[in-house]
Design a protein around this ligand. Structure first.
Ligand SMILES: [Zn+2]
Ligand SMILES: [Zn+2]
Length: 302
């Protein structure tokens, strides 16, 4: 769900609602990492986004991570955070847990309410506009994603190492190309730059450019609230966002307790319910499908 603004604002709302003072302090002290965690693995989709086969291995990791079995992915990630502990990594992972919850709840409906990648993107961008307006009195068109995204690349080596570990841990033998995080964020920011307050000429060029893109960048131009407000049942989504916020705080607490030796890993295994980031229950057949396609499209070079 590369809906930058919804992920950012909802994770901010969740942050405000965190009651555990230590967790809140860690996130507050490392806000760029927390917010970058809240963007989850969406960043990888933007690595050389203009051409689908370019940086395929990086993109496929996002595809895999969104389809991963949470009881496996998140447990392995939690173990990694504990064994490589730093407050920055913990803050990143708290945000990451929020990304998972938001994706899980919203995607089940986004997929139901859209019928293509393009309409999926339009819906999520409209949700960005409406959520920002109704809950934060913020005009999404004033948000410059390009500059905000670049500010999120802090302690990137540490976080990149986390993703390199995760790619190999969950999908044995799968190696994420080096510095995928840094590179993808820069491409993401580069892609978002022309969508910020575009002139008529920029719009024209974006439309032309869009024809050749694998990603519908034109859909990322934020619209006026009046243009999107009647298009979807936003209240349904707002309720799901609240649910995701509450659940993510519970997960943060559980992970925090595990790191401090107060919970056994098996508690997390059963707590991370097996609904993927796409809002789909994981059955083993689905899992095998992801493997087969990924390895065929991005074979391991030994
Ligand atoms: Zn999505
Ligand atoms: Zn996502």
């Amino acid at each position: 769900m590369p809906a930058y603004l919804t992920h950012k604002l909802a994770s901010t709302a969740a942050f405000e609602a965190i009651e555990n003072k230590q967790i809140k302090q860690i996130a507050a002290d490392h806000m760029p990492e927390y917010l970058s965690g809240a963007q989850g693995t969406d960043f990888v989709y933007f690595d050389h986004f203009y051409l689908l086969p370019a940086s395929y291995k990086t993109k496929v990791y996002g595809w895999l991570a969104h389809r991963a079995r949470p009881a496996q992915y998140l447990v392995k990630a939690t173990e990694y955070v504990k064994s490589h502990y730093s407050d920055t990594l913990a803050a990143y992972f708290f945000g990451f847990l929020h990304h998972y919850c938001l994706d899980k709840y919203l995607h089940a409906h986004v997929y139901k309410d859209s019928d293509s990648l393009s309409s999926h993107t339009y819906l999520e961008q409209a949700l960005d506009v409406m959520y920002a307006d109704e809950h934060f009195h913020l005009d999404a068109r004033e948000v410059n994603r390009a500059t905000e995204l670049l500010k999120l690349i802090t302690n990137a080596d540490e976080i990149n190492a986390f993703h390199e570990h995760m790619a190999a841990a969950v999908y044995e033998g799968y190696t994420l190309p080096p510095r995928s995080l840094q590179r993808s964020y820069k491409w993401w920011a580069w892609g978002m730059k022309p969508t910020y307050k575009p002139s008529r000429l920029t719009r024209f060029f974006l439309r032309i450019f869009n024809i050749f893109l694998s990603f519908d960048i034109y859909a990322f131009i934020y619209k006026k609230k009046e243009e999107v407000q009647g298009l979807h049942d936003y209240d349904k989504y707002f309720k799901l966002i609240r649910k995701a916020n509450d659940e993510s705080i519970c997960y943060m607490q559980m992970v925090f307790d595990y790191i401090h030796g107060k919970r056994h890993i098996s508690v997390l295994e059963s707590a991370f319910y097996n609904i993927s980031c796409l809002g789909r229950p994981i059955v083993s057949r689905e899992e095998r499908k992801a493997f087969r396609r990924a390895y065929r499209k991005a074979p391991i070079i030994k």
